[in-house]
Write a protein that binds this ligand. Structure first.
Ligand code: ADP
Length: 481
């Protein structure tokens, strides 16, 4: 997905925002439903039951007034009767207007019909009374009673039906409430998981390329200038990766230029230096004529310095060759022990001169490993030579060799000044010397450890240093079996 960081974040937030809005709409719809059902219980069902009770009261009262009027012929009762009729009609039409179901409407129709029937019976009877005609009194009473009974019966049915409807609505309220609670819980859980997944995905898609970039920057710090950072998205980081690769390319070119320059200088210097060395040696030996003691001493100093320069140039050329992959390694299966012994023999006189306690511990039977003895000797000379160089007089150097998981581990510990933590890695780079904080640096080229590292790495091994400044340092390397 080639979205920019901004669009990624925006998309993520929009998705979460939309989900939250969706959930809110769902909850609001259900709350409206609950509200509507509750409102209908209050305004329809309760009113319907109230009105039904009133209608039955009215009908009983009307029957009473009608009877009183028939007996007393008092017009006041007739007026009451009429007043109640208009009340009855009002309530009935009100009930019809709020009736929800066809069943309720049919009850109300039945009531209306029976009531009209009752009214016409009463008016007819009143007419007979007014005219003073005789009429079937009992017959009328029976018909009126039938009509009023039918009204009361229908009102009863209507009430039962409305109560049942109220119960159903309360059940529905409960159902909506339960469903809302369940859905709210499910949705909250799902959105939470969804939100976390989206955030993780977005964060990962941004932090992963960033951590790649950070890893690559570290590698550059270690001198690996391979321009292979491949980031296709997000576009901002892809652009950065492009610029980064360009920088790596430039650094690589510069590094190569520097190496080429050093090796050609070293090469050019070696021949004249060898000639000077030979000349100095001939002069010192008096082959070109007798020389004084003073001249001999001077020539000895010159010879020593020339040897040091030649050693340094050789190291420089060796390192350049190894770095360019042009140094051939002659790997043969063998025990490393004789090489350790040979190095110790070589540095023996120096240890004696500095009264250094040289301890060698080879604990177990060592496995046979594939090594180039000349190169490993070179690495051992550099590492053990450093230990001797940095350890003060009467100090201690301990060389331990042991077999480890699939290989051999050699460690060289000394009681020298130690190495500050920030230099523990850089000292393996060429021309790098540790910051010893104040004390005057010991003469060196800064090439020995770089060569040792190239040799050990070429054997498929690992080399590192451990140190606590003031408490000596330990150089450890592991060669695979
Ligand atoms: P050189 O010794 O010629 O300067 P090296 O590559 O052998 O070059 O060592 C690099 C640096 O590492 C040294 O200059 C020194 O600061 C540090 N170093 C190496 N070995 C030791 C040691 N045994 N004790 C303290 N510092 C050491």
């Amino acid at each position: 997905m080639k979205l920019t960081i901004f669009s990624r974040l925006l998309t993520g937030y929009l998705i979460i925002f939309t989900l939250v809005i969706g959930m809110s709409i769902y909850v609001i719809i259900h709350i409206i439903q609950i509200n509507e059902v509750a409102q209908s219980i209050l305004t329809i069902n309760n009113r319907m039951i109230d009105s039904a009770t009133k209608l039955s009261d009215i009908i009983f009262s009307q029957v009473r007034y009608e009877r009183k009027f028939i007996i007393s012929k008092d017009k006041a009762f007739y007026r009451e009767f009429l007043q109640l009729k208009s009340d009855f009609d009002r309530y009935l039409s009100e009930m019809t207007s709020i009736a929800e179901s066809s069943q309720t409407r049919s009850y109300l129709n039945n009531i209306r019909e029976s009531y009209q029937n009752y009214q016409s019976l009463v008016y007819e009877e009143f007419k007979y009374l007014k005219n003073g005609d005789g009429y079937a009194h009992l017959e009328f009473n029976r018909e009126k009673e039938k009509a009023t009974n039918s009204i009361i019966e229908e009102l009863g049915k209507l009430e039962t039906n409305t109560r049942q409807n109220t119960t159903d609505k309360i059940k529905r309220l409960h159902e909506i409430g339960t469903e809302l609670r369940r859905m709210a819980m499910v949705m909250t859980g799902a959105f939470l998981i969804f939100g976390i997944v989206i955030s993780l995905f977005i964060n990962r898609s941004i932090t992963q390329p960033l951590s790649l970039l950070e890893k690559k920057t570290r590698e550059i710090g270690k001198g690996n200038f391979k321009e292979d950072l491949n980031l296709s998205s997000p576009p901002e980081l892809a652009e950065l990766a492009g610029a980064f690769n360009l920088m790596c390319n430039k650094l690589k070119e510069l590094d190569k230029m520097k190496s080429d320059f050093f090796s050609s200088i070293a090469h050019e210097l070696r021949t004249p230096l060898s000639t000077i060395k030979m000349g100095t040696s001939l002069l010192k030996e008096g082959i070109e004529g007798p020389i004084t003691e003073g001249q001999r001493g001077l020539l000895a100093v010159l010879e020593k310095e020339i040897n040091r320069l030649i050693g340094m140039l050789n190291s420089l050329l060796d390192l350049s060759k190894m770095e360019a992959g042009m140094m051939s390694f002659n790997l043969e299966p063998q025990n490393i022990r004789p090489l350790i012994d040979q190095t110790i023999e070589e540095i023996g006189p120096l240890a004696e001169a500095k009264k250094i306690n040289l301890e060698v511990i080879v604990t177990e039977v060592l496995p046979i490993i594939k090594i180039d003895s000349e190169r490993i000797l070179q690495a051992l000379r550099n590492i053990i030579g450093n230990a001797m160089k940095f350890t003060p007089e009467k100090g201690r150097v301990k060389i331990s060799v042991r077999s480890v998981d699939h290989g051999v581990e050699v460690s060289v510990a000394d009681t020298g000044p130690g190495i500050p933590a920030e230099s523990l890695i850089t000292i393996f780079e060429k021309f790098q010397q540790a910051t010893t904080g104040g004390s005057s640096p010991i003469k060196g080229t800064g090439l020995g450890l770089a060569i040792a590292k190239e040799i050990i790495t070429h054997h498929g091994g690992k080399i590192w240093a451990e140190s606590e400044p003031g408490h000596g340092s330990t150089f450890i390397f592991v060669l695979p079996a």
